[in-house]
Design a protein around this ligand. Structure first.
Ligand SMILES: Cc1cc2nc3c(=O)[nH]c(=O)nc-3n(C[C@H](O)[C@H](O)[C@H](O)COP(=O)(O)OP(=O)(O)OC[C@H]3O[C@@H](n4cnc5c(N)ncnc54)[C@H](O)[C@@H]3O)c2cc1C
Length: 388
């Protein structure tokens, strides 16, 4: 096993590092899940795009650099290591884009990818419904054929739509054949949120940010050219998106190795050497982040050689989401009562970011498919255990 990067990859790392050192905002931006913070994050996204850093692994024609998967991992390490802003465009560039590359027509790719890379179009994910979360195949929102108009009429409701209130497009699953078996008869649609009959209503989160939305559809018309991957093929297309969401793209190791480095820095500033419990929690978090990095290198090797992690991406998802919680718990353990101070309090440490990060980390075992569901997937599809 050779864990060294080539001279060209090291040069790429240097280029990323230099650009980020010159451009990352000195002060962290306000949360991208507030309206004001989202607008500031968009400015940042456009800066990234202008310098061709917004979608490094995409082909040049769509705004990328044709970077290899290795270079993409390097970029992510440098990005998070530099403390750069969260990617508010993530649902488009990390979830929908890989699906568009795999299932989109050339016309759809040309139309959507460059605008997505430039943060001109902002995408949200419309899968969950009030009665269908884990049981995604239980969705009830439907699309009915309108032959005369050359498209579909959508009716129903989506919920928990991350940053839906700030986006202008939604990719979602809708039932197109009510007679078909549960996992069949669904279609993946790309829906402009300014379509007549679509209402987006923002929902506040427990931490005060307004990032979520509910989206209502009442006979909203969507033309045929906004079907992705074929009518009644939605489940197959959606499974490709979940593999990106749980696997490599949504949460790369760079995010966690950077948090582990910040945690060690916090320990140096606030740790109590006489308290072995907190020291062990910090060391364990660092080792777990490093283990995730090494595991990902093995995964990428497999992908580069033509394989696919498939259902094993569920292992990834459990690992990073639980690691994130433990890492923030370790930080709050070091901070004691100071961890509870809000960012603006004068004695707050690191702008209150550990508590904010902790609160968000608690949602990791829920979004992208709950960890109970991932364990079911691993049991049945990785280990081959019986369903009952
Ligand atoms: C921060 C965040 C962002 C999100 N963003 C989006 C988004 O952008 N778009 C979107 O469509 N959705 C989004 N979601 C919704 C998310 O996908 C759902 O919350 C998730 O799939 C769980 O569905 P549910 O909330 O309906 O819970 P339920 O499915 O009702 O589950 C409740 C509990 O029962 C357990 N459970 C359910 N079925 C089983 C089973 N078969 N075996 C064992 N345990 C089971 C679950 O694990 C969970 O603990 C987001 C959620 C969060 C927290």
């Amino acid at each position: 096993m050779d864990l060294t990067f080539s001279p060209a990859e090291e040069a790429f790392r240097e280029e990323c590092r230099t650009w980020l050192a010159e451009h990352v905002p000195a002060e962290p931006l306000p949360s991208g899940d507030t309206r004001e913070g989202f607008a500031l994050h968009l400015e940042w996204e456009r800066k990234l795009f202008d310098a061709r850093w917004s979608v490094v692994s995409w082909p040049v024609e769509f705004g990328g650099r044709d970077a290899s998967l290795w270079e993409w991992l390097i970029f992510e390490e440098e990005y998070y290591g530099a403390g750069a802003p969260q990617r508010v465009t993530q649902n488009g560039i990390f979830l929908l884009a890989p699906t568009l590359f795999e299932f989109g027509t050339q016309e759809q790719r040309d139309r959507f990818l460059p605008r997505m890379a430039a943060a001109d179009d902002l995408w949200c994910q419309g899968w969950s419904e009030p009665d269908a979360g884990s049981d995604l195949a239980g969705i009830k929102s439907r699309a009915v054929r309108d032959d005369a108009a050359g498209g579909w009429r959508i009716t129903g409701q989506k919920t928990w739509t991350t940053r839906g209130a700030f986006c202008n497009w939604l990719f979602g699953l809708f039932r197109t054949d009510p007679e078909a078996e549960r996992h069949h008869g669904m279609t993946y649609f790309l829906v402009p949120l300014d379509t007549e009959g679509v209402t987006v209503r923002g929902v506040g989160r427990l931490d005060g940010d307004e990032g979520f939305a509910e989206v209502f559809f009442e006979d909203a018309f969507v033309p045929d050219d906004l079907v992705l991957g074929g009518v009644n093929e939605g489940w197959r297309v959606a499974m490709a998106t979940t593999s990106s969401e749980r696997g490599l793209t949504l949460r790369s190791p760079g995010r966690f190795t950077a948090s582990a480095a910040r945690l060690i820095d916090l320990y140096r500033r606030r740790g109590d050497a006489a308290n072995p419990t907190s020291r062990e929690a910090v060391i364990q978090a660092w080792m777990d982040a490093e283990a995730y990095r090494l595991y990902t290198l093995a995964d990428v090797t497999e992908v580069v050689e033509g394989g696919s992690p498939g259902a094993r991406s569920s292992l990834n998802k459990i690992w990073w989401s639980e690691l994130d919680v433990r890492m923030h718990e370790a930080a709050l353990g070091l901070l004691g009562p100071y961890g509870e101070l809000a960012g603006e309090a004068h004695a707050a440490v690191d702008g209150g970011s550990w508590m904010k990060g902790y609160q968000f980390s608690l949602s990791g075992p829920i979004y992208a498919g709950t960890n109970e569901i991932q364990r079911n997937v691993i049991a049945e599809r990785v280990l081959g255990l019986p369903r009952k």
